[in-house]
Design a protein around this ligand. Structure first.
Ligand code: FAD
Length: 510
């Protein structure tokens, strides 16, 4: 497979060929990139009425909850097994508990996983491989206009994701009768009044059928369930992200996290254009993680493939961090971070259906602005798991019942609008627009108490705090008003106001 990209993506070819499992990663990248082709295919038909189950189908096994997807699905499954005594089955088409990324989060947020009583503080602390003194955000501009904004306790802990997920897997397996199956793909499910039958396929093509009370869809951005429930348009915006965990940079500071950093203005070519942004996070030992990404609309004409972005990553990396003589890549990290614009005062995306609930990136309820899909599940895990247990006990498993226990948060939905300003649009923006605007936002945040930037980058902002920031930015930088018109238009602005109203009402009702 690597040979096929030798001429089209020479730098990816060169670096991936040197990795022991470069071929596996390339296959995984291409399978995520199929997301774009899938958007043009007919809407999948994976949630079927029970009457369509082929006659004579033999049920292999039964469980209370079947999780399709063994990344964040494992965290939820561990709590449902250990705290609520549910018999679960976690399936993953790849290796469950082995993710294609690592996670940053603050320690205070991570320790919220201990609220469930399933993970201890000591266990959680053991997954933190490095803590930084501070972190910063800085956008490209002439020195006089550039504002490096420092913030503490934001994404300042590097978590060994596979270690945390391995712990969760062990907890699932320790719960009597629960199972974790790798290399088992979700194909479809058949819905009956009091249960589901889930069709799973082994790599040999052998089908297996499992009876479950509830299906948790944790298949990430490529979820066919999310695609069907949202009529083939499960996201409105995306943030394609690639990078590596490597060692041997000449200029990496291991005490500081680089939360957002741009090194140039937007790349423009005809009707295409994107503002590339870097992140740099020290990890364990001498390892350092660098990411390259951009925010975009799902329907923009840009090349949004991870393969194409990886080629740009290898070409541009020396402009951000200088690989030294002993530079070594340990593994690539990648994914498409999803986003959804809710056009209303509450959640307007389908995140559930009868006996089916969506979790993590499949639900697309995190804010892409802050990169914190893992953080969103951590914040909401206790509420989601206790809610699902109650719904199962009371047999209230309808679409609306399950939607109420999703990770939807009105503040996060509103904040996700800000991502639209970060999507470079060649029709309306100067190439330096995103950098110029973000420097103004950084100046405003620098003048406010540190609390504002912390809650903004941890998705914990209150409505009055966001309004304060927005008004101060508009006062300092009136160009933002035209940008609002260009980027949101009438429909988007009304939607933003509806989001704000829903958030304010929700806050008032607490
Ligand atoms: C590069 C990168 C860095 C990130 N860094 C951070 C961070 O620092 N902090 C943070 O909070 N968030 C971060 N995020 C976001 C976070 O990683 C995601 O929100 C999170 O991984 C989503 O987990 P998930 O389980 O929902 O989906 P995924 O991670 O996409 O996992 C989906 C799983 O489903 C499986 N699957 C797919 N299809 C099928 C099928 N048909 N049958 C069976 N299994 C299937 C896949 O193999 C996979 O294991 C980052 C994301 C990326 C891309």
């Amino acid at each position: 497979m690597l040979e096929q990209i030798r001429n089209t993506h020479p730098l990816v070819y060169q670096h991936f060929s040197a990795l022991p499992d470069g071929e596996r990663h390339l296959r995984s990248i291409l399978s995520i990139d199929r997301y774009w082709e899938n958007l043009d295919l007919p809407v999948p038909d994976v949630i079927r009425d029970g009457s369509r189950l082929p006659a004579g189908t033999r049920i292999d096994e039964e469980c209370d909850i079947l999780y399709a997807g063994g990344t964040l699905g494992l965290l939820h499954a561990a709590v449902m097994t250990r705290k609520y005594g549910r018999r679960v089955l976690v399936i993953d088409r790849a290796e469950p508990g082995r993710t294609t990324r690592d996670w940053n989060i603050s320690r205070g947020e991570l320790l919220r996983l201990a609220d469930s009583g399933v993970f201890t503080q000591a266990e959680l602390d053991s997954t933190i491989v490095r803590t930084y003194k501070t972190g910063w955000v800085e956008f490209h501009a002439p020195a006089a206009k550039r504002k490096r904004l420092f913030m503490d306790e934001v994404l300042d802990c590097a978590v060994d994701a596979d270690r945390l997920l391995g712990m969760a897997r062990d907890k699932v397996l320790a719960g009597g009768g629960s199972q974790v199956l790798g290399h088992a793909s979700f194909v479809c499910c058949y819905r009956f009044p009091d249960h589901l039958v889930v069709h799973v396929e082994e790599p040999s093509g052998k089908p297996r059928y499992f009876r479950a009370q509830v299906l948790v869809d944790a298949m990430g951005i490529v979820s066919p369930v999310a695609m069907q429930l949202n009529q083939g348009r499960p996201q409105t915006h995306v943030c394609p992200t690639v990078g590596t965990i490597a060692s041997g940079f000449d200029n990496a500071d291991f005490e500081v996290g680089e939360i957002l950093a741009s090194t140039e203005d937007a790349e423009v070519s005809g009707k295409r254009g994107r503002q590339l942004i870097w992140e740099g996070f020290p990890a364990k030992g001498d390892e350092y993680i660098t990411y390259l990404f951009f925010y975009d609309k799902v329907d923009s004409p840009n090349d949004k493939t991870l393969l194409g972005l990886f080629e740009a990553y290898f070409r541009k990396l020396p402009e951000y961090k200088k690989p030294g003589a002993n530079f070594t890549i340990h593994r690539p990290v990648y994914g498409i971070i999803p986003a959804y614009f809710h056009d209303g005062a509450g959640c307007t995306r389908a995140v559930s259906s009868e006996r089916i609930t969506l979790l993590g990136d499949a639900a697309s309820l995190a804010s892409p602005l802050t990169f914190c899909g893992f953080g969103s599940v951590v914040r909401n895990l206790d509420r989601m798991t206790s809610g699902l247990d109650k719904a199962m006990r009371e047999n209230k498993l309808g679409e609306a019942d399950l939607a109420r226990i999703s990770a939807y948060e009105p503040n996060v939905a509103t904040m996700a609008n800000l991502m639209k300003y970060m999507c470079y649009d060649p029709e309306s923006d100067e190439p330096g627009f995103v950098n110029e605007m973000m420097n103004e936002v950084m100046i405003v945040l620098d003048e406010l108490p540190q609390h504002y930037r912390q809650v903004m980058f941890r998705d914990e902002m209150k409505v009055e705090e966001l309004v304060t920031v927005m008004l101060k930015v508009a006062w300092r930088y009136p160009k933002i008003l035209k940008a609002t018109w260009d980027k949101l238009g009438v429909g988007g602005s009304v939607g933003f106001v509806k989001n704000l109203a829903g958030w304010a009402m929700n806050q008032a009702s607490k």
